[in-house]
Structure formats: C-alpha cells, structure tokens
Design a binder for this molecule. Structure first.
Ligand SMILES: [Zn+2]
Length: 284
C-alpha cells in the first residue's frame, strides 16, 4: 500500500427505524412515535474519529427530516472538521419518486442544511443507492457538486445502476464534466465478479483480516477507498424486530456488537493513509 492512499469514510446519518430493510414494520407515519438513538450513536462515531492522534475527516450524509430536529448535532459534525452532505429529506427511494417530488426533496434537504450551517452543501447520497443517469442529471441541476450513490454491486434489488461510459475517471472519482462528480462506493472485483467491499453486511460479517486484505487490494489499484457506515450499525442495543425474518433482516442485524471495534481497527491499521472528506478528495 502506498503512503499516499486516501480513505474516504462516509456516514449515512439516519435513525435505526428509518432504514429500508425495516420499512414493513416501521412505515414513515410511525417514525414520530419511536425513540431516536441517532444522536448518541453519531456522537460515539465523532468521539471515535477524535480519539486518533492523526486527523480523521469524514463525510456525514444527513437525512433532512432528522437534521431539522437535531440542528446542534449537525453543527457539531461540522465544528469537528467533518463535511456535512445530504441524504435527501424523506428517505424515499429516488427511483420510486415522481420527478417533481424528487426535485423538491433534493432542494429541500440542501437548503435546510445550508441554513443550519451557513455554508454550501456539495454532496448527495441517495437512499439505498437508488440512482440512475437521469437522477444524476437532476442532482446536478439542483446545485450539488457531487453524488456518492453509485454501488456497482448489482445483485441487490434496490440499488440503482448508471451507465458510466461518459465519465472521465480521476482516481476513484468519475467526472461527468468539470463541475460534477460521482464518487462510487468501493467494491472488489475478482474474476469479473463484483463483491461489495465498501461497508454494510460484508464489513460486519467477514473476519477483519479478510476485509483488510480487500481494502489493501483496492488501495493498491486505485490509491483510494470509499467506505460507508450508519450510526445504527454501532448500536447493538437498538430494538430488534423479533417477527422479522429473511436475508435482508439477518444481514441488517449481523455482528452489530463488533462494528465499532472493527471501524476503530480499520482506521488504526490504515494509519499510513490520509482520511479525507469527499470534498477534500475532489478538491472542491
Ligand atoms: Zn439511508
């Protein structure tokens, strides 16, 4: 691994009940009745990043309707030197919204965060990576400078897909033009197969030594690695839905008690790398 490697840690800031996997049990109309745990978990991540002698800068994609209620948390993220970006307002999947509704959601979440922080918001991440080329054009039109929603793993039913032929590659960033970039989630490619390696269930399930080898391989190839995590992934104490079954629910709850330690280990083991925000990496 080269010492110039860059690691982009990204955090999708949403509450334990707002994730797509649990939507059948927690539809949005139930959210106001549920006990929020996002603040505590996000503060724990901020403390973890602070605990290293090396500067760890990360990007926090915050859900708008949560930012509205937790303005102090949003300011704390920024004041600790991290980047605040948008995870949309409603957490409805982009490819299931009408064009006008998606446009309103993109603009509302951006405006909201800019009003809280008094500075420009550049980045956007779609719920469940639900993008396509038309949606990317709209994200750009709404004033964002980059999107980080492309996940090349195509075996997941909800993820979107984009045609990347028209992009110029610059490190891991794909430039649509001089003003707009796509920062994809990092995956491994082995024998033509895409294996999810940017976080989520695989990060929690595989032994860390195995996961680490994959990160090293990505860094050797691309000199940068983009990782994602959610605050609920470090919260083994979150309420569990006993009646919930199926692969996605199993994947959702697997090894939550190990995630915090693994993230800490990951940062330590790659301490030769620079830990940058998405905007820092893109130079915007
Ligand atoms: Zn999300």
């Amino acid at each position: 691994m080269k010492s110039s490697s860059k690691i982009l840690i990204t955090v999708d800031v949403e509450d334990w009940y707002q994730v797509e996997n649990l939507r059948p049990w927690f539809p949005p109309e139930k959210w106001p009745e549920l006990i929020s745990r996002v603040e505590k978990n996000t503060l724990k991540l901020l403390d973890l990043f602070d605990s290293f002698s090396k500067k760890i800068s990360a990007t926090f994609f915050v859900l708008g309707q949560l930012a509205e209620k937790k303005t102090d948390l949003i300011r704390q993220i920024k004041n600790k030197g991290h980047e605040v970006a948008s995870h949309g307002y409603s957490h409805r999947l982009c490819n299931e919204m009408r064009y006008e509704d998606l446009k309103a959601d993109l603009i509302k979440s951006k405006d909201l965060l800019e009003n809280i922080l008094g500075e420009n918001i550049y980045g956007y991440r779609a719920p469940s990576f639900s993008i396509n080329n038309q949606i990317l054009d709209l994200i750009k039109e709404c004033g964002y400078r980059y999107d980080s929603s492309y996940n090349s793993f195509d075996k997941h039913g909800r993820y979107g897909a984009i045609c990347i032929d028209k992009y110029r590659l610059n490190g891991i960033a794909m430039a649509l033009d001089d003003d707009f970039y796509e920062l994809p989630i990092s995956n491994l490619q082995i024998a033509g197969q895409i294996i999810p390696w940017g976080g989520g269930g695989y990060f929690r399930l595989l032994p860390f030594g195995v996961f680490k080898r994959g990160i090293t391989r990505i860094l050797n190839l691309k000199q940068a690695y983009l990782f994602y995590i959610h605050p609920w992934e470090i919260d083994p104490g979150q309420p569990k839905i006993k009646s919930a079954k199926g692969l996605s629910v199993w994947r959702h709850y697997i090894n939550l008690e190990k995630t915090y330690g693994r993230l800490s280990t990951m940062i330590s083991r790659f301490s030769d790398s620079e830990f940058l925000t998405c905007s820092q990496y893109l130079g915007i």
